[in-house]
Design a protein around this ligand. Structure first.
Ligand code: PLP
Length: 493
């Protein structure tokens, strides 16, 4: 790595990124490309020798070949899924971590990187009003992983090993895990990797009446039925801000019904955890004092560029008992050998090697401040409320589930009001809304996604990008209205 060359090339890349952001709104949000479009334009093998001015030539290809084929997640008109927020310091923090290229797998492998992660996870936990018992300062502790799926996997494995130590390893086939039918599929994946039998994965149905949240009564009934059949309840994954509709499971009540059943309770707050930075949303995690672990993705709604999932556990020793490796004398520093006050983060995750994510999150917290993050979240919630008002003002549409945080779910009504009141059947209404989403996204002017809950297809407008302003939200609604008018003109009565 040559310092002068790095300076020169670094400027090229920074200018490139800045130019991209200056023009990002000019791209169609979602590209209109067919599979294989890029491979056809690139050579079949890597160059044998470096090209002259290779970086500049490659950047031209990024501009001319690659950018026209990406979905522009940072576009102010991107309202699909949940946002992956970006910020100057989030991106530069990533660049800094990549530039330093440190691998803080143990305290000894990079003391300051490890200690910064300890500090910054406590900072973030306090900013989110997490219970003290999840923070290092209260006997728990946090770490920064890449994704929520990793957080789920690590915590299931911790719960599994603790339970098997009690009941015997041969009973792994009896362990049962619980969630609702709204839980993200990554939980199922994590449970499978952790060795939970497919037949012991309980996805408890939710209903429209309960707002698609997990019912404590239904959970208790499932747990009791498993216990009566000789199975062993192990783990509950609750969600604060489900992916389809941002529903919030009642943590306090769920923990209460599990008291005495020795089930590990995890909170997956991948998206909505960020909202807890605002005191007015703290109620979403009421009762979290009783949970065993909690995770959220600051890369979703807290300005930390991809990737960053913060996981906190109440008893770090249970996690490290499951994921720790002890025979690696070479990795340990003799001065830290007694382990006092030393965190070896390799024992908190699946892999040995890890990225220096704390740097980016620390920069975000320092440069925006907790008040800045509150303002960021509140602005999006206000825009979502404005979008909801626009939907409700158009009698052709309905908001089938309450808006939560910055997510609005909406659809063309199945009951058509007007001169002749009539009802479309459910399948026809779903099909109409599916066509509407396709038409809206085909314009390239905005990009939304969908959810199907309780058999009802709805469009999702998830506000959360750094560049999104009220004008973009109004423009998105105009696109929806225009496309709805066109589709209804041709729709079967
Ligand atoms: N949980 C929820 C509620 C989500 O919305 C998502 C993704 O959007 C995930 C988990 C998966 O997150 P990850 O990609 O970090 O594993």
């Amino acid at each position: 790595l040559d310092a002068d060359e790095f300076r020169r090339q670094g400027r090229l890349v920074v200018d490139f990124i800045a130019d991209y952001y200056a023009r990002i709104h000019e791209y169609p949000v979602r590209p209109a490309v067919a599979p294989g479009f890029l491979a056809r334009q690139l050579p079949e093998t890597a160059p044998a020798k470096p090209e002259p001015n290779a970086l500049a030539a490659a950047l031209r290809d990024v501009r001319d070949l690659i950018l026209p084929g990406v979905t522009h997640w940072q576009s102010p008109n991107h309202f699909a899924h949940f946002a992956a927020t970006a910020s100057n310091v989030g991106a530069l923090g990533e660049a800094l971590a990549a530039g330093l290229n440190i691998n803080p797998f143990t305290w000894a492998a990079s003391p300051a990187a490890t200690e910064l992660e300890v500090v910054v996870t406590d900072w973030l936990g306090k900013a989110l009003h997490l219970p003290e018992n999840l923070l290092f300062s209260g006997g728990g502790g946090g770490t920064l992983l890449g994704t929520s799926c990793e957080a789920m996997l690590c915590t299931i494995v911790a719960a599994r090993d603790r339970k098997l130590a009690e009941i015997g390893e041969e009973r792994i086939g009896d362990l049962v895990v619980y969630c609702s039918d709204q839980t993200h599929f990554s939980f199922q994946k994590a449970a499978r990797i952790a060795g939970i039998r497919r037949g012991n994965f309980r996805e408890i149905p939710t209903s429209r009446e309960s707002g698609f949240t997990l019912s404590p009564k239904a959970l208790l009934a499932a747990v009791r039925a498993d216990e009566a059949a000789g199975r062993v309840p192990l783990f509950l994954c609750t969600t604060v801000g489900t992916t389809p509709t941002a529903a919030v499971d009642p943590i306090r009540e769920l923990c209460a019904v599990l008291a005495g059943h020795d089930v590990w309770v995890h909170v997956d707050a991948a998206y909505a955890g960020a909202a807890c930075v605002c005191p007015e949303f703290r109620h979403a995690i009421a009762g979290a004092e009783a949970v065993d672990s909690f995770s959220t993705n600051p890369h979703k709604w807290l300005l930390a560029n991809m990737d960053c999932c913060a996981l906190w556990v109440r008893r770090p020793e249970v996690l490290t008992a499951a994921l720790g490796t002890d025979h690696d004398v070479i990795l340990k520093d003799p001065s830290a050998q007694d382990g006092r006050g030393v965190v070896d983060y390799k024992d908190w995750q699946v892999a040995l090697s890890r990225r220096f994510r704390a740097l980016k999150l620390w920069l975000v917290l320092r440069c925006h401040g907790v008040e800045g993050l509150r303002g960021f979240v509140r602005a999006h919630v206000r825009m979502a409320a404005a979008f909801e008002d626009m939907v409700r003002a158009d009698t052709r549409f309905e908001v089938p589930v309450p808006r939560r945080f910055s997510l609005v779910c909406f659809r063309l009504r199945s009951v058509v009001v007007g001169e002749r009141r009539r009802r479309r059947d459910d399948a026809a209404a779903n099909e109409l809304n599916r066509r509407l989403l396709e038409a809206v996204n085909a314009t390239g002017r905005t990009y939304m996604s969908c959810a199907v809950v309780g058999g009802v297809y709805m469009l999702r407008c998830a506000i959360g990008n750094s560049l999104t302003e009220e004008g973009h939200v109004r423009e998105a609604w105009s696109v929806v209205q225009e496309e709805a008018t066109a589709i209804l003109a041709t729709a079967a009565p």
